[in-house]
Each structure stands twice: as structure tokens, then as C-alpha cells.
Design a protein around this ligand. Structure first.
Ligand SMILES: Nc1nc2nc(S)n(CCO)c2c(=O)[nH]1
Length: 161
């Protein structure tokens, strides 16, 4: 591919040196051939959603341009998670680093290894808050809404609970 695709990557950590983990993950991602860093959100302290009682997370979203395919990105991100000592013990449990592909251009991918856009991203303030900071006008290709719209709708839905 010669065309650079804009991709948004969710980062999360709730074990060890959380800020150091996010910075290390960004460093490894930036060092990847075929990845050009574009933007990085602030780091947000967020309450764990789903899974067992666990420590607070630190979350961020990284914006990149890439020549790599979605599956190449997935391989690379899983390699970085392994490098950083990600031990998949308890599903949804605490982890040193979590690297999720949130959006890959306007592509919709749904196979046994990869679902893009991330199927839960519109339900997660810990994803939408940093995303709105760096890409409020990015459009969700399935929901046909901007990140800002999704953020507002999620906040409204949570406020009425
Ligand atoms: N606040 C918060 N809660 C979470 N629950 C899971 S699972 N994760 C891992 C991301 O899928 C998170 C997270 O990154 N942040």
C-alpha cells in the first residue's frame, strides 16, 4: 500500500508504573517501521469497567498514520504487549499494558482475530474522552457518528442512570 491510513490506538495500564508503561508502549509503537506518530492524548485516570475489582487505570489514545495492514498492526501490538510482560491471566483482569486498535481509517473489519472499529469503544468513556481530545471529528464507520457525538450520547445515557 502506498496510502497512509489514519489509525487510533487505545492504550491502558493498571499494573506497575502505569505512566511509564504508557510511555514505553508509545515508544515501541513509534519505533515500528511503517508507523508514523501523529498525536497522543493526555493520560486519563479512569475507574475500571467490567471484570473483577481491580486498580484504577491510566488510559490514552495514540493517533498514527500507517502503511501496515490491520493484521500487521495487531501482530505488532501483541508483540509489544508480550515484550512488556503482558500476562493474560484473568480475563478482564489487571494488566501492565493493553493496546487496542480502535479505528482503522473508515474500514470495517470483522474476522476471527480482529473486529474494527473496536466493538465496545462507543460504550467506554475511557476511550471516548481521549479520542475526543485528539480526533473529535473522526467518524465511526458503522455508527456513522463522530467521536464527539458518541461522547455526548454516552455521557447523556450515563447521566440518566
Ligand atoms: N477504565 C478502564 N477499564 C477497563 N476495563 C478493561 S477490561 N480495560 C482494558 C481495555 O480493554 C479497561 C481500561 O483500559 N480502562
Amino acid at each position: 500500500k502506498t496510502l497512509m491510513i489514519p489509525v487510533y490506538v487505545g492504550l491502558g495500564s493498571n499494573m506497575g508504573n502505569r505512566e511509564g508503561n504508557l510511555r514505553t508502549a508509545c515508544k515501541h509503537i513509534r519505533a515500528t517501521q511503517g508507523i508514523q506518530p501523529v498525536s497522543c492524548s493526555l493520560f486519563y485516570e479512569t475507574a475500571p469497567v467490567g471484570g473483577p475489582r481491580q486498580p484504577m487505570f491510566l488510559n490514552a489514545v495514540l493517533g498514527i498514520n500507517t502503511l501496515l495492514s490491520p493484521h500487521q498492526l495487531l501482530e505488532r501490538f501483541q508483540h509489544i504487549e508480550a515484550l512488556m510482560g503482558r500476562i493474560r491471566t484473568v480475563k478482564w483482569g489487571p494488566r501492565t499494558i493493553d493496546i487496542d486498535i480502535l479505528l482503522y481509517g473508515d474500514e470495517i473489519i470483522d474476522d476471527d482475530r480482529l473486529t474494527i472499529p473496536h466493538p465496545l469503544m462507543h460504550t467506554r468513556l475511557f476511550v471516548l474522552e481521549p479520542l475526543v481530545e485528539i480526533a473529535p471529528n473522526a467518524v465511526h464507520p458503522r455508527l456513522q457518528k463522530t467521536m464527539y457525538q458518541l461522547y455526548q450520547e454516552l455521557q447523556t445515557s450515563l447521566s440518566v442512570i
